[in-house]
Design a protein around this ligand. Structure first.
Ligand code: AMP
Ligand code: ZN
Ligand code: ZN
Length: 424
């Protein structure tokens, strides 16, 4: 064997040795992805076109971005739980913020039922993660206060609307600063300010703008913190909203009081202060005879209100849960509101009521109801803006980014594989 050949062989052996030993730590970093899902209530899909939000903009510019089609009805609990589980409302059970359950015999109670598994169907992504040994932490999310299959996120908190935003971000960074063995790799973080400002002051108001700027600044603080911790290279940031928002008007009110006495109906959404007199939709539960009467009286009552009977809901609504699907759904056109008072009050001007001046809950195909989606990080494609997709696909994207096995959902990762930089 020639000397040159021996040298060549030795070089090859050394090269292989060094390349594998140096490649290992990198591979390990790649194998331990972190996902932070940030939920911004009511952040409409077109927000970045309407106002400055430099940190959200930079995430969108570097990663992937799309409008997201929410589940029906386009309300908060319905959609944050679809995002978490990948399920349609007919399978997870939240057919409104306050579902009524025929078998349980009452409506959902926010004080007591948030931790009762019988209200919560499916498997949220943090449960899937924990079952596979990936620690999860929820800084608020609809459905995060309940034990499912005996499992909870390693870190979670009872919902607290007025919790300071800077403290939320600091605590999230505290979790990320933990030693690797204790550190959660799936984190959720939730902000309600944009939804509240838009409800109370309107889409396009200075208050909505300020709320977006405030949330954006806190996201900026989170990104700086990640950078300081050196965790940026393995972290995926996924920003989602539950629905959009549209302004209401006193000129677009459908007063159904003269048509029908609703006192014999169960109307769970009347628990919702904002929806009680100016509702985007009303789910009605009643005996068949009352349903027939209501349908006959209402179905041609107003050109801007649809009256949908159980069994005839549009196919893409997917919200006819066996125990919770309403007998009737009254659905206003976007920007219209249904006025139905319990006490036959005359419709009062919105300015006098003070709120709401904007709302959501309307048809999920309307672009004004579409929600923002931005994702940036090693698992996601770069500099890509794509067509709208359904929010039930988010669960699969999160599972793919975390490299865990998803449970069965109504989504199909093939529909959104193009958003990813890795095979799912
Ligand atoms: P909506 O009536 O659909 O606009 O609901 C928005 C409101 O939902 C927010 O202002 C919060 O008060 C409430 N909310 C959001 N997440 C949670 C949660 N995890 N637990 C209880 N309430 C929540
Ligand atoms: Zn919401
Ligand atoms: Zn809202």
């Amino acid at each position: 064997m020639s000397n040159i050949f021996l040298k060549y062989l030795l070089a090859l052996v050394l090269l292989t040795f060094f390349s594998t030993s140096f490649a290992e730590p990198k591979e390990e970093a790649d194998e331990k992805p972190i996902v932070i899902m940030i939920g911004i209530d009511g952040l409409r899909a077109d927000t970045l076109e309407r106002m400055p939000a430099p940190y959200l903009r930079s995430l969108a510019d570097s990663g992937v971005r799309a409008s997201m089609i929410p589940a029906m009805p386009t309300k908060t609990f319905v959609n944050f739980y679809s995002l978490a589980t990948g399920l349609h409302p007919k399978n997870h059970g939240f057919v409104s913020n306050y579902p009524y359950d025929r078998k349980i015999g009452r409506k959902f109670n926010r004080q007591t039922d948030v931790s009762d598994p019988k209200w919560w169907g499916g498997e949220p992504i943090w449960i899937t993660a924990e079952k596979q040994g990936v620690k999860a932490a929820t800084y608020f999310w609809v459905g995060s206060e309940v034990e499912i299959d005996g499992v909870r996120p390693s870190f979670w908190k009872p919902y607290q609307q007025d919790k300071d935003y800077a403290e939320r971000v600091e605590e999230v960074l505290g979790w990320l600063a933990l030693p690797e063995k204790e550190r959660p790799r799936l984190i959720t973080l939730y902000f309600s300010a944009v939804d509240s400002a838009a409800h109370d002051f309107g889409v396009g108001s200075a208050q909505e703008r300020d709320a977006v700027a405030k949330v954006d600044q806190h996201i900026g603080d989170l990104l700086h913190g990640l950078n300081k911790l050196g965790l940026e290279p393995q972290t995926n940031i996924v920003v989602v909203a539950d629905h959009g928002m549209v302004n209401l008007s006193d000129q677009r009110v459908i007063n159904i009081d003269p048509w029908l006495d609703l006192s014999t109906f169960i109307i769970p959404d009347w628990s919702d202060e904002r929806s009680s007199v100016h509702a985007p939709f009303l789910n009605l539960y009643a005996a068949p005879v009352s349903v027939d009467t209501a349908y006959t009286k209402l179905h041609k009552a107003h050109p801007n209100m649809r009256v949908l009977r159980r069994g005839n809901f549009p196919a893409n609504y997917h919200f006819d849960h066996p125990q919770r699907g309403p007998d009737l759904m009254l659905l206003a056109d976007p920007g219209w509101s249904i006025y139905a008072s319990r006490d036959k009050r005359k419709p009062e001007p919105m300015a006098k009521l003070g709120r709401p001046v904007a709302t959501h809950g309307y048809d999920n195909q309307d672009p004004l109801m579409h929600a923002i989606f931005i994702a940036s990080g090693p698992a996601f494609n770069k500099k890509l803006t794509t067509a709208p997709f359904d929010n039930i696909e988010i669960y699969g994207l999160l599972a793919c980014a975390l490299k865990i096995k998803p449970s069965n959902t109504d989504g199909d990762i093939k529909n959104v594989q193009y958003l990813m930089a890795q095979d799912c």
